[in-house]
Design a protein around this ligand. Structure first.
Ligand SMILES: [Zn+2]
Length: 199
């Protein structure tokens, strides 16, 4: 796979792992898969994008483990939004997921208990046990943003989303199968605000 496709599909796998870890139905066995996948992806995605053998092998394992987790418990609204962007604008799924993941993590943070501490730890952030809740939540989101940036994912869709499409997009995301699993219950107006962040 070329670099761009490796980066975006790898970030999709990270979105599966993080949304699967924080979804309402998450439990011990799927947590085990998701945390391992998060750790493997943060260790191997940069290498896979540089086409190292270790990076490729690590990502092959990580995406599979993430799939074993999320296929049992579902995902969240980063996926709901990504599905609509693919349908309306042909935005590649992994690119849409990568853009939405840190924004949705910020939106969901207050509804995730101590889970972002474990995400930060799995991503190699040091000192998470001495951080406040606010600090480890920020650290987890920052680690995701940094990985996305390091593998070359853009931060927004630079004008692709039109203001007149927002209502339809948000209604479609709200009706998406992944929406009800999001840790924070959402609505069409709040979904619109999330789209605005990547316009
Ligand atoms: Zn996906």
């Amino acid at each position: 796979m070329p670099k761009g496709l490796t980066a975006s599909t790898g970030m999709d796998a990270l979105t599966h792992a993080i949304e699967g870890y924080t979804t309402k139905a998450a439990w011990e066995i799927t947590d085990m898969f998701h945390l391992k996948a998060i750790s493997l992806i943060s260790q191997n995605l940069r290498g896979a994008v540089e086409n190292t053998k270790e990076g490729r092998e690590g990502m092959a394992l990580a995406q599979y483990i993430a799939g074993m987790g999320f296929s049992n418990v579902g995902l969240g609204i980063a996926h709901s939004i990504a599905h609509t962007l693919g349908a309306h604008y042909d935005t590649p799924h992994g690119v849409a997921c990568a853009m939405m993941l840190p924004l949705v993590m910020e939106y969901n943070a207050e509804y995730t208990g101590e889970r972002y501490r474990e995400i930060a730890r799995a991503m190699g952030v040091e000192g998470v046990d001495s951080m406040t809740q606010e600090e480890y939540r920020k650290a987890a989101v920052y680690a995701v943003k940094k990985l996305s940036e390091d593998v070359g994912i853009p931060k927004n869709l630079s004008g692709k989303i039109k203001e007149e499409d927002l209502q339809q997009l948000a209604e479609d995301a709200f009706a998406d199968a992944c929406c009800s699993g999001n840790p924070r219950d959402t609505n069409v107006e709040e979904l619109k605000e999330l789209y605005r962040k990547i316009m």
